[in-house]
Design a binder for this molecule. Structure first.
Ligand code: AP5
Ligand code: MG
Length: 214
């Protein structure tokens, strides 16, 4: 299975990607997670990406496409299938992805657009916590960890993302409307798009996604 999860910040792409990875054994390809690992490792790419991410702006297309192309061309990704989360995010990236998949002689099963109203998005992102080690996601109100500040799964400390500040969240939503909403139209036009309601409980959202995949 090869699919793309697309939608505004905080809509639940990472949450659904984790469910698809654990239950369908897909390879996760999250451009945001890859950038955050590069930042943590203090690589040149990480230093460049941080300048954009901390302001809610998109990392330039060239480096982003190169980074994702390298991961997509991996043999394991080809054989196990993948869930793309956060890529493509511009029409240029969507066109580049088409070319990469064409070269690899593989296609996409589905592009899933997750929709949630903006008020819910802001409240989700304002309370989000993530595990520094395993990446498990929590929410201070909706899904609090059993022990404050610690991951239920691996006991590691939880952290708040640097781009989850109110002003940066607003900028990320603006950038989504300007740069990523056209990508949804790109896939709608090609007939690959399925829209799911992301306001439901995560398990119900998962059922919608898997149901859509048949
Ligand atoms: P990225 O990491 O992709 O962030 P994003 O798209 O802004 O999305 P988020 O990760 O914030 O939200 P999500 O949809 O994954 O929601 P989550 O599941 O965590 O990108 C970050 C930055 O990197 C970008 O701004 C950009 O700078 C750069 N970047 C990345 N990709 C790029 C690209 N292709 N090109 C250029 N730049 C790029 O859920 C959020 C919260 O809600 C959690 O607390 C969760 O527990 C909760 N929640 C989830 N689902 C539900 C539900 N159904 N009900 C109740 N609560 C829920
Ligand atoms: Mg995410």
């Amino acid at each position: 299975m090869r699919l793309i999860l697309i939608g505004p910040p905080g809509v639940g792409k990472g949450t659904q990607s984790a469910l698809l990875v654990s239950r369908r054994a897909l390879i996760p390809l999250s451009s945001g997670d890859i950038f955050r690992k590069e930042i943590e490792a203090k690589t040149d790419l990480g230093r460049l990406a941080k300048r954009y991410i901390d302001h809610g702006e998109l990392v330039p297309n060239g480096v982003t496409i190169e980074m994702m192309a390298k991961r997509l061309r991996d043999d394991e990704v080809r054989h196990h299938g993948f869930v793309l989360d956060g890529f493509p995010r511009t029409t240029k990236q969507a066109e580049a992805l088409d070319e990469i998949l064409f070269e690899m002689e593989i296609g996409l099963d589905k592009v899933v657009s997750i929709e949630v109203d903006e008020e819910t998005i802001v409240s989700r992102l304002s309370g989000r916590l993530g595990c520094t080690r395993c990446g498990e996601l929590y929410h201070s109100v909706n899904k609090p960890p059993k022990r404050e500040g610690l991951c239920d799964k691996c006991d590691s400390p939880l952290f708040v993302r640097t781009d989850d500040q109110p002003e940066t969240i607003r900028e990320r939503l603006r950038v989504f409307r300007e740069k990523t909403a056209p990508v949804i139209e790109y896939y709608r036009a090609s007939g690959d798009l399925q829209v799911v309601d992301g306001c439901d409980d995560p398990e119900d959202v998962f059922k919608q996604i898997v149901g859509e995949l048949g």
